[in-house]
Design a protein. Structure first.
Length: 204
């Protein structure tokens, strides 16, 4: 059984990656998170792009553990804010990972922005690094618009504020989609799908 370390403690991201592996019919690959390995000093995410930050995390994890490491750096790029919060999405309100505060700040910043100018994209860059130094970096984007209030119980981060373009008929937020629906459409799902051949090769 090959182990792939996901450089994250986010259980929802872990479950998402495991679903992609399972859906692709890949057997012999077990996805584990940072909580399953001895603690190591994590390098600061100082990159200017999602790709740079994903590589920082994946290289650090592979070097510290000797395992194949996959890292994702993702966020929301809002058209009316010139692509921000971007790489600062998780700490937009000042403290890292405070979803409620981040969402409240984004809503406040867009309070005067008309509906036809609330376009945005979720972006995910995924880096897969093996202990021998092989690196694969992929990117997925999911276009949509920012809602005026939070909707839906699922997902995390900005999901309750994001209405994807490809669900226009139903008009739901990404936090109202089922996990399977989200995997099929989302930025991370699109990025991870590009890594399936590399993950399958690990299993073989």
């Amino acid at each position: 059984m090959s182990k792939v370390l996901l450089a994250s403690r986010n259980r929802k991201k872990l479950a998402e990656l495991q679903r992609v592996v399972d859906a692709a019919g890949i057997t012999g690959v077990e996805v584990i998170g940072l909580d399953a390995v001895p603690e190591f000093p994590e390098e600061p995410e100082t990159g200017a792009t999602f790709e740079e930050n994903a590589l920082i995390k994946a290289r650090s994890g592979a070097r510290a553990t000797g395992l194949v490491c996959l890292a994702d750096d993702s966020g929301i790029a809002v058209d009316a804010l010139n692509g921000m919060p971007g790489v600062l999405s998780a700490r937009w309100s000042g403290s890292h990972g405070d979803d409620a505060a981040n969402n409240a700040l984004l809503l406040a910043q867009l309070s005067d922005t008309p509906d036809d100018r609330r376009g945005a994209a979720f972006v995910s860059a995924c880096a897969l690094v093996t202990p021998d130094g092989t690196e694969t970096v992929v990117r997925g984007e999911w276009r949509g618009r920012v809602l005026r209030e939070e909707r839906g119980p699922h997902g995390f981060g900005y999901d309750p504020l994001f209405a994807p373009d490809d669900d226009l008929a139903a008009g739901r937020s990404s936090a109202e989609l089922t996990p399977a629906e989200k995997d099929a459409l989302s930025h991370r799902g699109k990025a991870l799908a590009q890594l399936v051949p590399a993950l399958r090769a690990l299993a073989d």
